[in-house]
Design a binder for this molecule. Structure first.
Ligand code: NAG
Ligand code: NAG
Ligand code: NAG
Ligand code: NAG
Length: 447
């Protein structure tokens, strides 16, 4: 890299005179395909000098889809003498031919587009039915010596072809061009299958990673409980689970009768057996699909019944759930011995008639009360809160925000300092006691 500055006194204007970061930026901005091919366009000198920087910039984190071409590219990268060291983060995108509603669009597609779609559809079906996806992923994981994070992401396909292709799955943009539309993301089932596939490939490759990140944003998508099925004992899988330090999940564990009532029998779940084996896990995130009330309580209650789960947990993020205050506080307190950081995002506390949730004015104020409880039962150093709310007796949804007008806040350091500040800043919006509630509702809608 030092060569660049030594040569920069050259009188001719040349690419070589540019600072390295600028060159990388130019390549990133102006070359249409920011991948392997881009290198061929650079001259030999640049290629040599830029290689490291280029590899770091474009080959540390890559997203692939479940198609033969995309997975084979991953394998090629994993066999490349430089890229097999730089690639640390592999993401599986959930672009699915199955989910793409081609029937309604076939009228507007050309023959070539329709053929390309059918071919891709057949390929995706074959690569998964034959187990070839697992073989390719396993080979790649085995080769990628510095692989540290794997993830699953769904991509919101609805007409958002962005300039920056970098975080679209490898191969997906060219499929979009061929078929004239973006592939949609697969169902819950597809996401759960992809999760099982990733886990199995990591185990088969004998390649533990420190982080698994499942980030699903499509409406109502999330991993089903059977995504965590472990089957018969497998020492290789235990090594993978035992090595995990961070696990970010989007969950949709509903199904069967469990979701029909808050008091349904608590059957054991695949998720809990899975988590019990993650003995080094330090950071767990569980985001839920919010509409499905009871399944999130059910997951947390089960976790509380387990003796000594997650002995190393330091950070717990819970998001998108509707829950009774006691269930939330109990779940968090369960980890109090090691927990230092709690993050609560879009959490709605349900109405609870229990006397201990009322304050001296007989008011139901579960957030201030619950947070105070948490502060006394745990040794938290960090608390992140955002988009909180609570239901009152008549079902009114009361937002909880902060006196500075923000809807989210981070507190850190000594809780004796931030706890009083937090309680002082917390503002619970509640309807004025009035005989005409409907009028207040209207006022709030106008805001
Ligand atoms: C990385 O690639 C080089 C060249 O193909 C190969 O010799 C080496 O074994 C690979 N490393 C791993 C861990 O596969
Ligand atoms: C919090 O830390 C104190 C001092 O280290 C310790 O005595 C106490 O047991 C801890 N509390 C919990 C809930 O772990
Ligand atoms: C709460 O936040 C919302 C949205 O930012 C804002 O419109 C409202 O005025 C806030 N309420 C209070 C009581 O601060
Ligand atoms: C947690 O709190 C510490 C201070 O105690 C701070 O240095 C750190 O940045 C915080 N971590 C996060 C993730 O906010």
């Amino acid at each position: 890299m030092a060569t660049i500055s030594r040569n920069s006194n050259t009188t001719k204007a040349s690419l070589n005179a540019l600072p390295l970061e600028l060159l990388v930026h130019l390549i990133a901005t102006y070359l249409p395909t920011k991948d392997l091919g881009a290198l061929r366009l650079a001259n030999k000198y640049l290629e040599k000098v830029l290689f490291d920087t280029f590899a770091k910039e474009f080959f540390t984190k890559k997203q692939f889809m479940l198609s033969t071409a995309s997975l084979q590219t991953l394998v090629s990268i994993s066999r490349h003498s430089a890229f097999n060291k730089t690639l640390r983060h592999v993401i599986i995108g959930l672009e699915s031919f199955d989910a793409t509603d081609v029937a309604s669009l076939s009228g507007t597609m050309s023959c070539a587009q329709y053929d390309a779609f059918q071919k891709g559809y057949a390929d995706q079906f074959a690569v998964s039915s034959s187990g070839r996806d697992q073989a390719l992923l396993t080979e790649a994981f085995r080769n990628l010596q510095n692989l540290d994070t794997v993830g699953i992401r769904d991509y919101e396909a609805s007409g958002r072809v962005r300039d920056d292709d970098r975080w679209r799955s490898y191969g997906a943009p060219s499929i979009s061009r061929e078929i004239g539309l973006n592939l949609r993301t697969g169902s819950n089932k597809f996401a759960s299958q992809a999760f099982l596939l990733l886990m199995q490939a990591l185990a088969d490759a004998d390649h533990p990673v420190s982080s698994i990140e499942t980030i699903l944003r499509t409406q109502s998508s999330g991993l089903k409980d059977n995504a965590f099925f472990l089957g018969s004992p497998n020492p290789k899988m235990d090594v993978v689970l035992g090595g995990l330090r961070q696990l970010l999940l989007t969950l949709n564990p509903s199904g069967g009768h469990h979701d029909s009532s808050p008091d349904a029998d608590l059957h054991s779940t695949c998720l809990e057996s899975f988590l019990l084996r993650c003995t080094s896990l330090e950071h767990l995130r569980m985001n839920f699909v919010k509409q499905l009330h009871y399944s999130s309580s059910w997951v947390l209650k089960r976790l509380c019944k387990t003796p000594d789960p997650l002995p190393a947990i330091r950070r717990l993020d819970l998001g998108m759930l509707v829950i009774m205050p006691d269930v939330l506080i109990n779940a968090i307190s369960k980890f109090s011995a090691t927990l230092r950081h709690v993050s609560l995002w879009k959490v709605e506390l349900q109405w609870d008639d229990a006397a201990h949730w009322k304050d001296s004015d007989d008011r139901y104020d579960p957030w201030p009360r619950g947070l105070k409880d948490l502060a006394t039962t745990t040794n938290l150093t960090n608390l992140s809160l955002g988009c909180l709310s609570q239901r009152d007796k008549i079902g009114h949804h009361c937002l909880v925000n902060f006196s500075d007008g923000k809807i989210a806040q981070d507190y850190s350091g000594d809780k004796r300092v931030w706890m009083p500040l937090l309680l002082d800043q917390l503002v619970v919006e509640r309807p004025e006691p009035s005989s005409d509630l409907s009028e207040i509702d209207e006022d709030q809608d106008e805001e």
